[in-house]
Structure formats: structure tokens, C-alpha cells
Design a protein around this ligand. Structure first.
Ligand code: 6GU
Length: 275
């Protein structure tokens, strides 16, 4: 799959796109990221890419000519790219949209800067407009990297575990269970005993309960859409019991915090009085 990126800051892409899984996918020819400088398509002598907004107001707007010249030039190539404008005005990016884009052979991401791009470009020269969340970035570059990463990892061969990405496409929207690795005791904090039991069925049940609990705590919006089986309800109840006992131990309430502080002061003054 080919990712074309139109930006005024091509240097922003080198490291993030060249490392790790994305770097390897490019080296193996599964993915190609081509970064194009919008300024190269500006024809006036100062290579201007932005201008003041009609009607007045703060900031600058990206001019249509260089952008459209770049888009049209890339659209004459084969395969023809699907054109996506990155803008806070776009539809909200999601795993479902990542899957949609992963089925294209070529996508062109346009990174807006300043107050945005001329609306005629957005309206007549793009196939899609996407935002990565309800906050404002200084430009679409980081959003383009987010999309490239999320889409590239869905392309067969990129992660090397086909089956697990395939199941992602129809998995229920639920948060992951907690994970632990060695050491078994880290600065006095242990791990849930069940993970050492070797009982895979019990471990899967525990993980399911933890995932449900975590989703309810952290993402009530997702939790509200889940349909729980009787078993899920039971696993959730057990997770709740376990986590609440655990949280009483490790995250003290205000009263316990004071109690703890008093103990320490008591212990300290005790040891000092001994000296
Ligand atoms: Cl795609 N661009 C900018 N500038 N800000 C954003 C965004 C995109 N998505 C969320 N915030």
C-alpha cells in the first residue's frame, strides 16, 4: 500500500515513519510512505502557500493553487490515490475507518496548517475529511502519522500475526485486560496469583472479568453498548470484589493516608526518641 503525504514540513515524517514496525514494513516493500513538499508545487517567485482570509480575521489560509496542483499531479499516477484531508472539521477517526482505508491501494493525506485550507480544496478535491479527536493540533502532520500507523498495521504481513488483526475487525469494543511480566515482585508489588496458576481457563476468565471491569470504570460509553452474558456478569462481579480489596491496600483513601502518615510520624519519632 502506498501512503502519499502532502505537507509543508516533510522533515517531521522521517524518524516516525522509518522506525520499528513501519520502518520494517517499508524495507520489506509492504508499505511505501512518500512525503511531498507542498511548497514544491507553488509557482510564484516566493513560493507562497498561504494567504490572508477573505472577510478578515486571524491567521492565514492555505492557498488552493499549490495544493490542487499537487493533488492533480498525484492523481494522474497509477494507482490513483484516495484523497484524505486531515482537519479538525473531519469525521472522527476510528478503528472502523482504519479498516476502511486499509483496503485502498493508495491514499493521499493532505496536512493542513494555519487556520486551514481554502474550502474549495476541501469540497471539490478531496474524497474524505478526517479528524483524530476533539482537540486542536498545530497541523495535520501528526494526524497523518497516526492514520498511517493505524492503517499500516492492518495490512497483511506488517505485524506478522495475521489472525490477531483479522479478529480485531469484529471484536467487541472493550478495553484490554492488564498485563504483567517479570519480575514477580517489583519493589514490593506482586502480581495477581492466578497468572501463576497455569490454569489457562481460569486465567482467561480472570482476564475477561478485568477487561469488563476496566471498561466500566474508564469507558462507560463503551460499557453501555456491551451485551453481557450471565458468565460476564459473574466475572465482572468477581473482578469488582478483587479490585476493591486490592485498591484498599494500595491506594489509600484520605483517612487511610492520614492514618499512614500518623504511623510513619509515630515510627519516626519513636526511633528518634530511642537515639
Ligand atoms: Cl486532523 N488537524 C489538526 N490541525 N488538529 C486536529 C486534527 C487534525 N485532529 C484533531 N485535531
Amino acid at each position: 500500500m502506498i501512503f502519499d503525504i502532502l505537507t509543508l514540513f516533510p522533515a517531521m515524517f522521517a524518524a516516525p515513519m522509518g522506525q520499528s514496525i513501519l520502518g520494517k514494513a517499508q524495507a520489506r516493500g509492504l508499505v511505501e510512505v512518500r512525503v511531498h513538499n507542498i511548497r514544491d508545487y507553488a509557482t510564484d517567485k516566493h513560493q507562497m502557500t498561504d494567504d490572508r482570509p477573505f472577510g478578515g480575521g486571524e491567521g492565514m489560509v492555505m492557498k488552493p493553487e499549490p495544493l490542487v496542483s499537487a493533488i492533480e499531479s498525484l492523481q494522474q499516477e497509477t494507482p490513483r490515490p484516495w484523497v484524505v484531508l486531515l482537519t479538525p472539521q473531519g469525521r472522527l477517526f476510528s478503528q472502523a475507518i482504519a479498516w476502511e482505508l486499509s483496503h485502498k491501494t493508495r491514499v493521499l493525506f493532505i496536512c493542513g496548517r494555519y487556520e486551514g485550507v481554502d474550502e474549495r480544496v476541501a469540497e471539490y478535491y478531496t474524497d474524505d475529511q478526517i479528524s483524530i479527536g476533539d482537540y486542536v493540533l498545530t497541523g495535520g502532520e501528526l494526524a497523518a502519522m497516526v492514520l498511517t500507523d493505524a492503517v499500516a498495521r492492518l495490512i497483511p504481513g506488517v505485524l506478522g500475526n495475521e489472525a490477531s488483526t483479522a479478529t480485531e475487525s469484529f471484536n467487541e469494543p472493550i478495553l484490554e485486560h492488564p498485563q504483567y511480566t517479570r519480575p514477580r515482585d517489583f519493589r514490593g508489588q506482586g502480581i495477581p496469583e492466578i497468572l501463576l496458576s497455569g490454569n489457562h481457563e481460569a486465567i482467561e476468565s480472570w482476564r475477561r472479568g478485568q477487561a469488563l471491569y476496566r471498561t466500566r470504570q474508564r469507558r462507560p460509553d463503551l460499557f453501555a453498548k456491551l451485551i453481557l452474558s450471565r458468565r460476564d456478569e459473574e466475572l465482572l462481579r468477581r473482578a469488582e470484589e478483587e479490585n476493591e480489596i486490592h485498591s484498599r491496600k494500595s491506594v489509600p483513601t484520605d483517612d487511610q493516608e492520614n492514618g499512614f502518615a500518623l504511623c510513619r510520624i509515630g515510627a519516626l519519632s519513636g526511633s528518634e526518641s530511642q537515639r
